[in-house]
Design a protein around this ligand. Structure first.
Ligand SMILES: Cc1cc2nc3c(=O)[nH]c(=O)nc-3n(C[C@H](O)[C@H](O)[C@H](O)COP(=O)(O)OP(=O)(O)OC[C@H]3O[C@@H](n4cnc5c(N)ncnc54)[C@H](O)[C@@H]3O)c2cc1C
Length: 432
């Protein structure tokens, strides 16, 4: 059996690893660079994000109703987001996984297998993190060093170890015969290349995966629905001269976390310098259990706008990514309340000269849950109503996790890929 896997990000690398170990031939298609070089292993995300081709180009999203689209950062190339992200590796409350719909697997065993491919560590906090950890705290936030996907002073590469994409190309659409996918049409430096496959597995991430499905006319009414991200606000910190990170220090962006009832505080030791050359730090206040969700869809071309046409194949407009952050429930009030409280506390900490709340809010590049397991997807990741197409990535999460999404993405990928192997009777997953 030949399988085309689209996307060599965190999930695509795990799927490829599992399928190849079971003897499946995998064509791994990745749009970005297929090796890690130079700053890509650096702990400092500003180094890695500055690498050419490591960001998905021209991606714009609407973060909330009434706002204009603005740039949104996602990863591109081997490792995808895991090669440029903040490395914070959390699973969130473990009982949430037991409530995932349509899961036939032993979820605890899946979590243990993920821990093996993605081992975490903590590092010494920077001066701001150390001040926070050492300060009196009456806010109820529990403070701790952040678990990171790092090792030996570098970003951990164990996820991508031994994985090489076989085709550097952008998948432009699925080749569909009736209700069945039979391969992928790819753009290789402006030329079209067709990749035939018995099965296609999409691992393009929570925005590109539904985009590819919709552009191919593959829709079951749930594709793109439920997209979510964690809304956040920024508190800028001016540190006293003796608390600044020495210039040239290479350090992870986040080393310390605070948690309290669905809110996280991410303490960032260095975010740049002010006009006088003094290092600035920040605290990101993040709503980890937002109610609001959005969507990925294809807008209509101008002429079609008034028509009552719902067939996805008739839509020819631009990609429309809308997060609808803070649109529902008391999301806005909870985020604003926690931000005000955190700023007051931080301004009293020894070594902090000032703590100023920045206007506005934003997503934190934690896009997830746009092709949800249990509604859009069956337990093997198959797009309900279609054959030969599965989704195994952050899009497949059955909801936005109360965690940084990389590890939960690996858990859902582990669970779905095991079920896929079982159903397709491959390797030691064959039915007796
Ligand atoms: C700046 C930033 C900071 C983050 N910080 C954290 C953090 O600290 N902790 C955490 O847990 N999570 C963090 N995340 C989120 C985390 O990285 C993602 O949740 C995770 O990478 C999702 O994995 P994925 O495999 O679903 O998608 P991705 O890792 O995004 O991988 C998708 C891959 O598919 C490729 N691709 C997409 N479409 C196509 C196509 N049509 N053809 C060919 N290739 C394609 C892309 O190039 C990419 O390599 C962060 C993300 C960003 C961007």
């Amino acid at each position: 059996m030949k399988v085309a896997v689209v996307g060599a990000g965190a999930a695509g690398c795990l799927v490829t690893r599992r399928l190849r170990a079971a003897g499946v031939e995998v064509e791994l298609i990745e749009a970005g660079p297929s090796s890690i070089s130079g700053g890509s292993a650096s702990l400092d995300w500003l180094d890695v994000q500055a690498e050419p081709d490591r960001r998905w180009p021209d991606l714009r999203v609407t973060k909330a109703d009434g706002l204009e689209p603005e740039p949104y950062l996602t990863g591109r190339g081997l490792g995808g987001g895991s090669s440029i992200n903040g490395m914070v590796a959390t699973l969130g409350p473990l009982d949430a996984y037991a409530e995932w719909p349509a899961v036939n697997a032993d979820i605890e065993a899946a979590i243990e297998r993920v821990r093996l491919v993605a081992p975490t560590t903590t590092v010494d906090p920077g001066p701001f993190g150390a001040s926070v950890l050492g300060s009196p705290n009456s806010t109820g936030f529990s403070l701790a060093p952040a678990p990171l996907l790092a090792a030996h002073g570098q970003r951990s590469l164990s996820l991508i170890d031994g994985i090489e994409p076989t085709l550097r190309a952008t998948a432009s659409r699925l080749i569909v015969d009736g209700q069945r996918a039979v391969g992928v049409e790819c753009d290789v430096k402006g030329s079209t290349q067709l990749v035939e496959a018995d099965h296609t597995i999409l691992c393009g991430g929570a925005i590109q995966t539904p985009a590819l499905l919709l552009r191919s006319g593959v829709d079951n009414g749930e594709v793109g629905r439920g997209l979510a991200d964690h809304p956040s606000r920024v508190i800028t910190i001016e540190l006293a001269a003796d608390r600044q990170l020495p210039l040239g220090t290479i350090a992870p962006p986040i080393t310390t976390i605070g948690r309290r009832d669905g809110i996280e505080l991410l303490f960032m030791d260095h975010t740049g310098s002010d006009r006088e050359g003094r290092q600035t730090a920040a605290c990101l206040v993040v709503l980890m259990r937002p109610e609001s969700t959005g969507s990925v869809s294809l807008g209509r071309s101008g002429e079609d706008e008034d028509e009552d046409e719902t067939d996805a194949t008739q839509r020819s407009g631009e990609l429309d990514v809308h997060f609808r952050l803070l649109g529902d429930g008391d999301d806005q009030a909870r985020l604003d309340g926690a931000t005000g409280e955190a700023a007051t506390w931080l301004s009293e900490i020894d070594g902090v000269d000032s703590a100023s709340i920045q206007p506005g809010f934003g997503p934190v590049s934690h896009a997830a849950a746009s092709c949800r397991l249990g509604t859009c997807l069956d337990p093997s990741g198959a797009v309900a109503g279609w054959e030969g197409i599965s989704v195994m990535d952050s899009a497949a999460l059955p909801g936005l996790p109360e965690a940084h999404p990389m590890l939960p993405t690996l858990v859902v990928t582990e669970v779905i890929s095991a079920e896929w192997l079982r159903r397709h009777r491959v390797g030691n997953h064959r039915r007796s």
